[in-house]
Design a protein around this ligand. Structure first.
Ligand SMILES: *Cc1c(COP(=O)(O)O)cnc(C)c1O
Length: 394
């Protein structure tokens, strides 16, 4: 028998990753207080969190969680369709629909599952799914799993997207894009893509994991900021684990979309509902995210401080006005070295390497939060400038 051993092959693949400075390492965070974390006994300023509004540790979220857990216990004990759907879930869905200006919303356990479920319910073999090259892995996996033809286009290039659509004029088509790109921080050309979808009779799906809470009036997201409604962008997915500081995700859109997902989205049907206590905490997070615009204002001030400071120190940043502010390094080994030097200087900024980003585009993905203070940004800038001067230009 010449059959290869699966575990041996996995070990071999790990060795290859290690050799290319691409090995991932799981680290345990021992403590969190505001934007400080303790890892391996070291107290570090955290510039890797997606808690953009600083809500993850908010006392009102903790209280809502505890109250709901006192009522129900912890687990939802079943899927949404088989007794797991509780009052907290229903209220949160209504709240999310109102916030995003959509008719209805449907909860999923994670953003990854929401994308797999929505794309899987919409597409079949023979259809086409057109996607930005830099889309999140869950959108790309969703298209692959659906059996549709996946056609990727050059990043943020609506003309390239049009060519892909035109290449399959008879096929039912979904165009899916991140609203805010998770590793680059830039925003998709939403107006162009919406116009293209109209002329090409394609359906636009936007993954707003990093836009919700951060962009638009009351933080309603990248589509709200671009003033694109349910007709322009019929499928909106966003998560509850980033700016809202909780966990879970939802798809929002027309009543017929949501009814269809309840019937056909496997990742909704065949999985346990998120604990109602998490839905209760997320409801409070939505209220705070909408009402406390000072969090967005502070975030914008910190982003401006960071970008001006970086420009003054000769650091080249990617074009981004969101809290995702990557510093492009290039090689994986260099990115790891700079990340380690920054850690020794008291900062947690992991290196993001292929295959998460394209080859030769390794980077430090710096994320800013309303939980940071201006002094944190100044310290970060000084430490980065020092490290990069010592280690050679980036
Ligand atoms: C984080 C993220 C997801 C996945 O969301 P989870 O709830 O963490 O599974 C999906 N899309 C994008 C763009 C993301 O950044």
């Amino acid at each position: 028998m010449q059959r290869p051993g699966l575990l041996d092959r996995l070990v071999q693949a790990q060795a290859e990753r290690a050799q290319q400075s691409l090995l991932r390492r799981l680290r345990t965070v021992e403590s969190v207080a505001g934007s400080r974390i303790i890892v391996d006994g070291k107290s570090l300023l955290n510039f890797a969190s997606n808690d953009y509004l600083g809500l993850a540790q908010h006392p009102a979220l903790r209280e809502a969680l505890a109250r709901s857990a006192a009522r129900w216990g912890v687990g939802a004990t079943a899927s949404h369709l088989l007794g797991g759907h509780r009052e907290e879930h229903a209220l949160l869905e209504e709240k999310l629909a109102r916030w995003t200006g959509r008719e209805r919303a449907l909860l999923f356990s994670t953003g990854y599952m929401a994308n797999l479920g929505a794309i899987g319910a919409l597409l079949r073999a023979g259809d086409v799914c057109v996607q930005d090259k830099l889309n999140h892995a869950s959108l790309l996996d969703g298209a692959q799993l659906s059996g549709a033809n996946l056609k990727r286009y050059a990043h943020a290039d609506a003309t390239a997207a049009e060519r892909q659509l035109i290449s399959m004029p008879e096929a039912a088509a979904l165009l899916a894009t991140d609203g805010v790109f998770s590793m680059d921080g830039d925003i998709a050309p939403l107006h162009e893509l919406a116009a293209l979808c109209k002329t090409q009779h394609a359906t636009l799906m936007v993954d707003d994991a990093h836009g919700l809470g951060v962009l638009g009036t009351e933080g309603a997201g990248s589509l709200a900021e671009a003033e694109l409604d349910q007709h322009d962008a019929p499928v909106l997915m966003a998560t509850l684990g980033k700016a809202l500081g909780v966990a879970g995700a939802f798809v929002a859109g027309s009543a017929s979309l949501i009814d269809g997902l309840i019937q056909f989205a496997h990742t909704h049907t065949y999985t346990t509902a998120i604990p109602p206590a998490l839905a209760a905490a997320a409801s409070v997070a939505v209220d705070l995210a909408r009402a406390e615009s000072w969090r967005r204002d502070k975030l914008q001030r910190l982003i401006a401080l960071w970008r001006n400071g970086a420009a003054r120190r000769g650091l080249t940043l990617l074009e981004s006005r969101t809290p995702i502010q990557p510093l492009l390094v290039g090689g994986s080994e260099d990115a790891l070295r700079i990340s380690l030097q920054m850690e020794n200087a008291g900062f947690y900024i992991p290196a993001i390497r292929p295959p998460t980003v394209p080859a030769g585009k390794a980077r430090l993905r710096i994320t800013l939060s309303a939980a940071h203070e201006e002094a944190d940004i100044e310290h970060l800038l000084d430490a980065l400038a020092g490290t990069l001067t010592r280690g050679g230009a980036v």
